[in-house]
Design a binder for this molecule. Structure first.
Ligand code: FAD
Length: 333
């Protein structure tokens, strides 16, 4: 059976988020052979994003033109997403499991009387039929459950870095289907919005988004001070990755809570996670244990982090991390 699937694409600082392209890949699996994958994107200067969404596998892109820098509100995002959904009546809606996706998905599910699954990491066809099975981690990543929906529609959020999306290429434009025929402008109903955002204060800027980073260099209480994060920042820069932290480091005031990874912080699944001076408490593991390769640097050989690490370095992070950065820079092309 084929289905219409709607992806609500997200932008951040003007760029399309990688997880939105991954959502298109997930939606293609859900749509079946003849199903139609729709995407919705709002904002200014939309054409390159439309091309990118089409190149990633969307069949149609619904667009809402907005002034540059218009701040996000959940109310507005819900109004738009539900408006597009009312137009298409999709079998499923897919969002990234991001701060925005987490806010908007339950509202959509409630409004559409739909089932909802959050933080999905894999989708597979049922061996004996047309149904789909969704896998998601539970108990802070200690177990996985597989679920099926018994009726449509569904609303699903997908965890970043789990559904491979085609990489952006210079030929996206040439490879995309005719853009004009695939774009459907959308004008939301003029409902009274109850909240207005006057301004947004960003506490972390200029670093790769943690949730989507392919490489994360994370520091714990072992970094000992805000300055202690400098070698980690250098290593992250050399590797083209992002800096994260344990709650221990955040609580100690060494870094901003925006960097916290774990049960009460961000969940990351990078290709490489380097834990520096982090003991490996269960609440921290909840946010990073699904990383593809884990490297732990800790001076205590008994630290629990070594139990889940693929590679462990027993040593002082202030000696090891600069050596790693030096080696990465030496090997860089
Ligand atoms: P520590 O446990 O103090 O470990 C520091 C490590 O650094 C030690 O292993 C030590 O050997 C090593 N070290 C010290 N100096 C060096 C050096 N020079 N070189 C190398 N290694 C060195 N924690 C999170 O991270 N994320 C969460 O989301 C989170 N949520 C929580 C929610 C709840 C409800 C609770 C109760 C706790 C939560 N915690 C969370 C806290 C968690 O239990 C731990 O307290 C915290 O993760 C410890 O941080 P840490 O590993 O940096 O510090």
């Amino acid at each position: 059976m084929s289905r219409d699937i709607l992806v609500i694409a997200e932008r951040r600082d003007g760029s399309l988020r990688q997880v939105s392209l991954e959502a298109i890949a997930a939606a293609r699996t859900m749509a079946g052979e003849d199903g139609v994958v729709h995407a919705f994107v709002a904002g200014d200067a939309l054409e390159p994003h439309v091309r990118r969404l089409l190149a990633a596998g969307a069949d149609r892109v619904h667009t809402a033109a907005r002034p540059a820098g218009e701040p996000y509100t959940a109310e507005k995002a819900f109004r738009d997403a539900s408006g597009v959904a009312a137009r298409i009546r999709p079998a499923a809606i897919v969002l990234g499991h991001t701060a925005i996706g987490r806010e908007v998905a339950p509202r959509l599910a409630a409004a559409l009387d739909a089932g909802q699954l959050s933080d999905v990491i894999a989708i597979e066809r049922e061996p004996d039929g047309d149904g789909l099975r969704f896998t998601r981690p539970i108990y802070a990543g200690k177990a996985f459950e597989k679920r099926v929906f018994r009726r449509e529609p569904w609303v699903v959020t997908i965890r970043p870095n789990n559904f491979p999306a085609p990489a952006a290429t210079a030929s996206d434009a040439a490879d995309s289907p005719a853009v004009d025929s695939a774009v459907v402008p959308f004008e939301p109903d003029d409902v009274d919005l109850r909240t207005v955002v006057r301004g947004v204060v960003r506490r972390t800027a200029g670093q790769t988004d943690l949730a989507e980073a392919k490489i994360v260099v994370s520091g714990g209480r072992g970094v000992k001070s805000a300055d202690g994060f400098k070698p980690l920042e250098e290593l992250a820069a050399a590797l083209g990755g992002a800096v994260g932290a344990s709650r221990g480091a955040c609580d100690a005031g060494y870094c901003d809570y925006a960097l916290q990874i774990g049960q009460t912080g961000k969940v990351v699944t990078p290709e490489l996670y380097i834990a520096c001076g982090i003991s490996g408490a269960i609440q921290h593991l909840a946010g990073m244990s699904q990383s593809r390769v884990i490297v732990a640097i800790n001076k205590d050989p008994e630290a629990p982090i070594f139990k889940i690490a693929d590679y462990g370095i027993v040593g002082d992070l202030f000696e090891v991390v600069p050596l790693l950065s030096e080696e990465v820079r030496r090997l860089a092309p």
